[in-house]
Design a protein around this ligand. Structure first.
Ligand code: SF4
Ligand code: SF4
Length: 92
């Protein structure tokens, strides 16, 4: 039980690091259909709890939605700004 609480806290902290810039979901070029912008400029995923797997961009391209942990060493538009890349000193 204590371990589960520890894991949940760890995950919460990890999630809180995200800037909600939406860049890893295509905000700067061809956004995922599930990427939604909020009035104050932050983005969110409207299917976050079931996001993994094949998804579609606004222009109709299919792609695989994976955890940010799996793409940290890859490039995407605006990736220089990603909080996880900065936190892990990853320069691509
Ligand atoms: S489904 Fe994946 S790529 Fe699409 S908005 Fe959600 S997290 Fe981003
Ligand atoms: S690019 Fe990084 S900081 Fe921006 S939404 Fe994606 S995970 Fe969060």
């Amino acid at each position: 039980m204590e371990y589960q609480i520890y894991q949940l806290e760890k995950e919460k902290k990890f999630e809180a690091t995200c800037l909600r810039c939406g860049n890893c979901c295509g905000a700067q070029d061809d956004p995922c259909m599930h990427l939604v912008i909020q009035p104050h400029g932050e983005y969110f995923c409207d299917i976050y709890d079931s996001r993994g797997g094949v998804q579609k961009t606004r222009s109709g391209k299919f792609f695989e939605c994976v955890s940010i942990r799996d793409i940290l060493h890859e490039d995407w538009s605006g990736n220089w700004n990603c909080a996880y890349k900065k936190q892990n000193n990853i320069i691509t």
